[in-house]
Design a binder for this molecule. Structure first.
Ligand code: PMP
Ligand code: GLU
Length: 398
């Protein structure tokens, strides 16, 4: 007899970012020359001084369980980083390190959401937000923003979505999947609304903080009106090219930090001891690697935007952060090639993979059908070739 899977897991969607990436690896193993612009991760290697810190940690026998919320030395380094770079005040005891920002986010959702609670999620939103809320048996409430508004929600939209069941706002700037960055003034507008609803906790996902071309970054936690209920999420995956090391954290009000630690203590224990020592080196070591990678991403952003704008039918804005382009593709819906009709942006992403050999992600996975997401965290020559292939494949549709 086939074992039965819980309704909780049956209800969960498969992560489309990871699924598209696996599909493209599979095609590649079959000999197809696919360019993978689906998964969002830096293509750079982890800087050498961070790798050396990990080697030293192995040699120094960091082989035992670490404290559940992480080594105090790392939590101190994070607390110091938040104070110096972001002007926000979280004591080391308020920081809980987990297996990537992904676990840090899910921990906080599980620690704060009761069944039936509403969680406001501006969309387009990263694939995992709604699913995490589902795991907690909460209700994700989408607040949509389109390309004409640079994918940013307004204070009025936020206020309209708030009900007496609202527990949480899950906010992300610079945004995955759109690359949009809210300015300080735009954030202030949202903060003014939140200040009127003291029972709403705010998750501010700042994982793309350093991949930001606006010249400055404002943390949601830096607004005194709401600072005592902002849970800041960050980690080393994107800023230090360390996606596989799996270190992220939440910086939270003490009660939430304690609850997250309790959850983690029963569920996963402390994150990898070696990776934590590497992350500590990332935060305390030289920071020029961060700026160098940002410069490379900005150059690639310019290249991809320029080439995408030359493709008739794609509607493109200029993303100011992260490493994603989120063009509107509805002009191609209803068109056909070789008897294959494109009914949706999901069909178009599949067509681009199979006909153009470029892996992207359907906007529908981010709650925004009619768009596709391209990650430009790839070498310049690959990006040029990918955009040429996309132009050619789209050009065949009529
Ligand atoms: N938040 C956002 C918006 C992301 O794009 C990602 C990367 N997938 C994460 C969180 C999770 O990052 P990590 O690799 O640290 O788990
Ligand atoms: N941030 C990446 C993405 O959105 C990583 C994959 C994932 O964890 O979703 O593609």
């Amino acid at each position: 007899m086939t074992p039965e899977i819980s309704q909780r897991i049956q209800a969960l969607a498969v992560s489309q970012t990871l699924a598209m990436s696996q599909r493209s690896s599979q095609l590649r193993s079959e000999g197809v020359d696919v360019i993978n612009l689906s998964v969002g991760e830096p293509d750079f290697h982890t800087p050498d001084h961070i790798k050396l810190a990990a080697i030293k940690a192995v040699e120094d026998n960091y082989s035992f369980y670490s404290p559940v919320p992480g080594y105090m030395s790392l939590r101190k380094a994070v607390s110091e980083k938040l104070r110096k770079e972001n002007g926000v005040d979280y004591a080391p005891e308020q920081i809980v390190v987990g297996n990537g920002a992904k676990q840090a986010l899910c921990n906080v959702v599980l620690a704060t959401v009761n069944p039936g609670d509403e969680v406001i999620i501006p969309t387009p939103a990263w694939v995992s937000y709604f699913e995490m809320v589902k795991l907690a048996e909460g209700k994700g409430v989408a607040v949509p923003a389109g390309i004409d508004n640079e994918f940013k929600i307004t204070p009025a939209q936020l206020e309209e979505a708030i009900t007496e069941r609202t527990t949480l706002l899950m906010f992300c700037s610079p945004s995955n999947p759109t690359g949009s960055v809210y300015s300080r003034e735009e954030l202030q507008g949202l903060v003014d609304v939140l200040a009127r609803y003291p029972r709403i906790t705010v998750i501010s996902d700042e994982i793309y903080e350093h991949i930001n071309y606006t010249g400055g970054f404002t943390s949601m936690a830096s607004f005194p009106e709401i600072a005592d209920r902002v849970v800041l999420i960050n980690g080393v995956s994107k800023a230090y090219a360390m996606t596989g090391w799996r270190i992220g954290y939440c910086a939270a009000p003490t009660v939430i930090a304690k609850a997250v630690s309790k959850l983690q203590g029963q569920y996963t224990s402390g994150a990898s001891s070696i990776a934590q020592k590497a992350a500590e080196a990332a935060y305390t070591g030289p920071q020029d690697c961060v700026a160098q990678m940002r410069e490379a991403f900005e150059r690639r952003r310019d290249l991809v935007v320029r080439m995408a704008r030359e493709i008739p039918g794609l509607k493109v804005n200029v993303p100011m952060g992260a490493f994603y382009l989120f063009p509107e593709v509805s002009a191609y819906i209803g068109k056909s090639y070789n008897g294959r009709r494109i009914e949706s942006s999901a069909d178009l992403a599949m067509y681009l993979l199979e006909e153009g050999h470029v892996a992207t992600v359907d906007g529908g996975a981010f709650g925004a059908p009619g768009y596709i997401r391209l990650s430009y965290a790839a070498a310049d020559n690959l990006l040029e070739e990918a955009m040429r292939r996309i132009a050619e494949a789209l050009g065949k549709l009529s």
